[in-house]
Design a protein around this ligand. Structure first.
Ligand SMILES: Cc1ncc(C[n+]2csc(CCOP(=O)(O)OP(=O)(O)O)c2C)c(N)n1
Ligand SMILES: [Mg+2]
Length: 446
């Protein structure tokens, strides 16, 4: 990451989804005390991993999950020291007070919405499963918060926080999970497979296993052909990152220098598979060397670290400097979905990562800094809870789709014109009769 003086402040506030944040200071000009001054002074260390990848974490835990047989049953046990106290958050180089509070609000909203979803599930009002992002809210929210409105996001099932930042409401998500007529997919797909390519620039999840990466690369290529370098951020898990589509998609983005920002959510488990059985390297960000793009390691439970590195990746994307790989290390604090009790996860992991809860640490950060008083915080939490209660009642009361609507809205009506998002493709004039190779008349780098 560049130092404060090296990094040009953004010309406009880059967060557009929150009015309070917009009315606040610009990035890079917030009221944060300079590093080393003021009450809160934790600066991200300039450490690199053995392969030269910047690692901004304040601590580098060294745990290992090992398979052991006991009483004829396979169990996972852990090796390592779990006693370290949780570090505080690092300071953000860019976030203003208003932006930090807005981000925290989304994190609280994300958590409370998922708690409400869990209750709806237990009341059998949800059709299908519920996939929770407990412990990952800070990563999900901060990554989305670092982008501009015209950028694109391809969230996965655990990125409800990113959806909230993009303007989906808790009622949208709850109706979606309850397959109600008012849901974004009007009850056609329950769960988290929804997006909005018209206004919110959100690509619906295709599969959790890397299939959004080539789509985001295609999107960034399409935008470039229309004359605009955009940031197209998507997420992939420690399991999903080892699939073919992940490699193919991200390699294409790297080769074409497209502004794809890939956040690898290294949360230690892929369903019940521990990372030790998923890949043989220690840091997934090492993969960036092979792809030939900048790679970074951050603490996924520190939203400030995630924001800063995603923000800088976006600035590179706008300048046409290509893709970025961000590895966010954290822990999936629930099972894969509600049907999975995660009994295979050793309890030491839960205890260790619970101490590092992103929401609790963000709250403490804001209180310690004096950016929130105890009363402000209480009011904010009550306000979010009231919003959740209202939205849950809206979702609960809304009707199921009518059977006769089942065939509508599935296939594209021929009358629908899909407009260019950013402008007509920039095409070089080619003299009649000139023999040209495939696609060579497209100017990629205008
Ligand atoms: C092609 C395909 N195979 C299997 C699945 C089922 N599945 C969904 S998520 C998942 C594990 C993902 O683990 P990881 O990538 O680490 O993400 P996390 O769940 O930890 O966020 C599996 C096996 C799927 N969605 N698509
Ligand atoms: Mg995982």
């Amino acid at each position: 990451m560049k130092s404060k003086t090296e990094q040009k402040p953004a010309t406009k506030n880059n967060q557009t989804s929150n009015a309070a944040a917009n009315s606040g200071q610009k990035n890079g000009t917030g009221s944060a005390p300079a590093p080393g001054k003021g009450k809160f002074t934790q600066v991200a260390p300039q450490r690199k991993n053995p392969h030269g990848i910047p690692d901004y974490r304040l601590e580098v835990p060294n745990f290992q999950t090992v398979e052991e047989w006991a009483d004829g049953k396979l169990r996972y046990n852990v090796k390592g020291d779990f006693s370290a106290p949780a570090p505080s958050l690092c300071e953000s180089k860019y976030l203003s007070k208003e932006q930090s509070i807005a981000m925290y609000r989304y994190m609280v909203l994300n958590r409370k919405m998922e708690q409400a979803l869990e209750n709806l599930f237990k009341q059998q009002k949800v059709i299908g499963g519920v996939y929770l992002g407990l412990g990952q809210e800070g990563c999900s929210v901060a990554a989305a918060f670092a982008l501009k409105k015209e950028d694109w996001i391809g969230p996965m099932i655990r990125n409800q926080g990113a959806m909230l930042v993009r303007g989906f409401t808790p009622a949208d998500t709850m109706m979606q999970y309850m397959a109600k007529a008012g849901a974004p997919t009007k009850g056609r797909d329950s769960g988290s497979h929804y997006g909005d390519v018209h206004d919110k620039n959100v690509v619906a999840p295709i599969s959790h296993l890397g299939d959004s990466i080539p789509v985001m690369a295609g999107l960034a290529l399409g935008a470039r052909l229309q004359g605009k370098n955009i940031a197209a951020l998507t997420f992939v898990g420690d399991g999903g990152q080892s699939t073919g589509p992940s490699y193919e998609g991200f390699n294409f983005a790297a080769v074409q220098r497209l502004g794809v920002i890939l956040v690898m959510e290294h949360n230690l488990w892929a369903y019940s598979t521990p990372v030790e059985l998923q890949f043989a390297c220690k840091d997934l960000a090492d993969r960036s060397i092979g792809y030939g793009v900048p790679g970074f390691i951050v603490d996924g439970t520190d939203p400030n670290q995630v924001y800063d590195v995603a923000y800088e990746a976006a600035q590179r994307a706008y300048k046409g400097e290509g893709a970025t790989l961000i590895e966010a290390k954290m822990m999936r604090m629930r099972g894969h979905a509600m049907h999975d009790a995660a009994s295979y996860v050793p309890k030491e992991y839960f205890e260790y990562w619970k101490k590092r809860d992103c929401n609790t640490r963000m709250e403490k950060y804001l209180l310690d800094r004096g950016w929130l008083t105890e009363k402000d915080n209480k009011d904010l939490i009550a306000d979010v809870q009231a919003q959740i209660d209202r939205d849950r009642d809206i979702a609960d009361a809304s009707p199921f789709p009518k059977p006769e609507d089942a065939t509508t809205g599935v296939f594209l009506d021929n009358s629908v014109k899909i407009p260019f998002k950013y402008g007509p493709p920039k095409v070089k004039e080619v003299k009649k009769g000139t023999k040209i190779g495939e696609a060579s008349n497209i100017s990629h780098y205008k």
